[in-house]
Design a protein around this ligand. Sequence first.
Ligand code: ADQ
Length: 474
Amino acid sequence: MMNEGRLINVSNRLPVSLRKHAGSYRLERSSGGLATALDSVWSQQPGVWIGWAGNSSEAADLLLARASRRRPYSLQPVELSEEEVAKFYSGFANEIIWPLFHDMPSRCNFDPEYWDTYQRVNRKYAQAVEKISQPQDFIWVHDYHLMLSARYMREAGMKSRNGFFLHIPFPAPDVFEKLPWREAILRGLLDFEVVGFQTERDRNNFISCVQHLLPKVLIEPATPHMRACVQDRQIIIGVFPISIDFDEFASQAVRNDVAARCVEIRERLSGDLLVLGVDRMDYTKGIPERLKSFRILLRRFPELRGKITLVQVVVPSREEIPDYKDLRLDVELLVSQINGEFTQPGWVPIHYMHRNLSRHDLLAYYRAADIALITPLKDGMNLVAKEFCAAQVDERGVLIVSEFAGAASELRHAAILVNPNDFNEVAQALHTAAVMPPEEKRSRISRRAPDRHRQWRRLAFAADFLRVPSCPWW
Ligand code: ADQ
């Protein structure tokens, strides 16, 4: 480490959330990709993580302080009122930016009150950072909830260097320009010193939006990155595909207890072939579309009935938002329709679980699966695809992945790529995977990590981000 300051990580949520059960608080791991990815990056790193803990009270603060003592970094909660949670988190972040950035503008609710609260809460996070940071610290802000925070840190006179990483896609200009506050968001992002994206596609979209909506900003190459010049400031715009801890996943997957659980799972399932879907319950993950593709498979290839089983695991997510409640009903209806159409004595085509799996069980399912079916309609990266690859210690699984997931560009040599909106194509890909000879499966999946030392290294993502010229940290 070259810098003497601390790393201050800022995200909407902390990696742990406080939940109230029977009158007392409990700490749980926050669900979702950001927590998984950053918790693994940060596991050895001293510093401070600032974010919302899901609840606040004296008892809750005590639990967080205790959790901080077990980690190399401390957890610093930001308190949000019920109204702020409704209008900032559920409202602006998840009813406007989330659907818009995933190319679904018709799902957006452009309520102007959401925008007011978004600005106010971004200021609140900036104040929380200001309170504990020193000039030599590096402030690393994560994701679409906090795109304006650098503006407020600058207004407060803070001198620490900072960077921003977007975990979700960035849309093309024809979609982004629908946002009523489009220039303010772009200017807010350009208030950071480094702006990072998951893929070239996202960075190119961001640059096109800047060129289109802020024509006075000069964009030039700063190999391997790009640079935006705003008055006397220079902002690095880079691509930093998020990585997982490949070696840790692989070494856990090979453990005897995981292998034993994997055997148990396969014995309990009646079909010969196990197809696995693992997702947060989110309309961007393409779960209903995947179920419809599976139905087409069973209709077109009757010889697979009784032989192929889809295990679909979904972790509950954002249940307070109406679209998410509707999605759950749609998914459950489709599962029961398909099971109603095809179930035979001794075989149920879809096993559906609506819950969080432990890491141990998740790894056992990854190992037990013959095929991983990962078909988001759009996704920043998709860590499930990478986790499945890392768990392939026997090199016998086939990965089918959507061409609209960020992970597709890195895994294209190992996976079968599909358009998730083309149900016939997905059904055909499933059939191809189902009849694929073992040598071909092995040869494909062995190409999952062609450049393992760069792409999968434990801290590759963070190291690359923090090594850019304006933050010589690592
Ligand atoms: P997410 O949209 O949450 O992340 P993803 O990258 O797939 O999507 O991560 C989901 C995480 O949750 C994975 O680590 C997975 O193992 C875990 N998970 C999912 N279902 C589970 C279940 N039922 N039980 C237990 N664990 C489960 C956002 C962006 C992504 C981006 C990540 C990281 O939307 O595009 O890849 O951030 O940058």
